[in-house]
Design a protein around this ligand. Structure first.
Ligand code: ZN
Length: 396
């Protein structure tokens, strides 16, 4: 017979509203983790703050909460931080008021992803009410306050700490808003990698009237850009779209009308699929650049000022975890989710090094925008899906 836990009823709507009211723009904790702690502790979760610091980055508060000490370990990972509101005057509803209107809950973080944290909390409460705390397994929430920022003092370090003390996770679901148009229509089973490269291209500065005495760095760069974007990098793989490369800035800073510049800086970002590691791809791109540069003749040079890899691509083979979550979604929505690897990076890239991981959550259409919102019905459905996931994962 379930114990007194059955009185610990969590309401996903009210918990989401309370979380949205915490103005936890990265890296501020703003009471969001405190609120989760006082919500989870009475359910039996042992709550542990894992706050990390590192020189040159903001201090970040994180929360690890676990119920159960043995058995199979299911982890829900998420972030309590939110992106800034942007242009406040464009919001039609206060971004931290958490108002309900027309079947939606409005506010920064409603979709990305306080709603999912609340939904999982309700699901865990219901599961524990049914099964009691001694269900021969462990459930944890790994909540970081540093996902939307540099992601240095969050999930990465929490996972390291767990590994150091021998805590193993058997499966993980990240609550990112992966649904595309309709709730439940998409799961993310992988993500592309992301790499940003800063280049400095040098030619010879000179008077525009004497082209024979100069080597215009802009012209040189344009040929290099051509070499990078003319031919596709690949055709995509079974589960991934083709690798893409986008130049994001070209900087010369030349105010003179009669000087051809000798130096130009440029930056590109590439989102790459599982056919590459960042290292392999960088070598390939450098080869394209060097070949094009050599073809131009002269003594122009290319220097790679900075290469930043924010994550390698990762992919979870369709298998038990994917089937389990897809089945749980279908049991609630009646539809099969698409298995996708599109979109930006998420903390799942770090978790993939430790255990099978996938991402499933609310409809992401409004995330990071003004008037971010989530359907009230979707929040309730998400709590049901997460509960079904726990039921299936810990099926006797
Ligand atoms: Zn997010």
């Amino acid at each position: 017979m379930p114990d007194a836990l059955s009185s610990n009823v969590i309401d996903v709507i009210e918990l989401t509203r309370a979380l949205v009211r915490c103005e936890s723009v990265t890296p501020r904790e703003a009471g969001a983790l405190d609120l989760l702690e006082v919500t989870l502790a009475p359910l039996g979760f042992k709550c542990e703050r894992m706050d990390f610091t590192q020189a040159g980055t903001d201090d970040v508060a994180n929360l690890y909460a676990r119920v159960g000490t043995g058995g199979r370990h299911f982890c829900f990972a998420g972030h309590s931080d939110v992106v800034p509101v942007g242009d406040l005057s464009s919001w039609t509803i206060g971004p931290f008021a958490a108002e309900l209107s027309g079947g939606y809950l409005f506010g920064r973080g409603a979709a990305d992803m306080k709603g999912a944290i609340a939904a999982f909390t309700e699901a865990a409460a219901r599961f524990l009410a049914k099964r009691g705390r001694d269900f021969d397994g462990s459930i944890s929430l790994l909540i970081t306050g540093d996902e939307e920022g540099p992601a240095v003092n969050g999930t990465v370090k929490m996972l390291q700490r767990l590994a150091e003390r021998g805590e193993k996770i058997d499966a993980c679901v990240v609550g990112e808003p992966t649904s595309s148009r309709r709730f439940g229509d998409m799961i993310k089973i992988g993500r592309r990698g992301s790499m940003t490269v800063d280049m400095v291209v040098r030619g010879i500065q000179g008077h525009v009237a004497y082209p024979e005495r100069l080597d215009n760095a802009i012209h040189r760069l344009s040929a290099l850009i051509e070499a990078l974007v003319r031919e596709p990098i690949d055709k995509g793989s079974t589960h991934f779209q083709p690798t893409s490369l986008q130049f994001t800035t070209v900087d010369v800073g030349n105010s003179a009308t009669n000087i051809a510049p000798g130096v130009v800086k440029a930056r590109f970002n590439t989102r790459f699929n599982d056919l590459w590691t960042s290292q392999k791809l960088l070598a390939h791109l450098k080869e394209r650049i060097e070949q094009a540069n050599a073809k131009l003749g002269g003594n122009g040079t290319v220097e790679y000022a900075k290469v930043e890899v924010s994550g390698e691509s990762f992919y979870t083979q369709p298998g038990p975890l994917v089937e389990l979550v897809a089945g749980a979604i279908e049991s609630v929505t009646g539809g099969k989710p698409e298995l996708s690897t599109t979109g930006g990076t998420s903390d799942a890239r770090f978790i993939a090094r430790y255990c099978p991981v996938l991402e499933f959550g609310l409809v992401g259409e409004s995330m990071h925008k003004v008037d971010e919102k989530t359907g009230v019905a979707d929040l309730k459905s998400l709590a049901q899906v997460y509960e079904a996931v726990l039921d299936r994962f810990f099926a006797a």
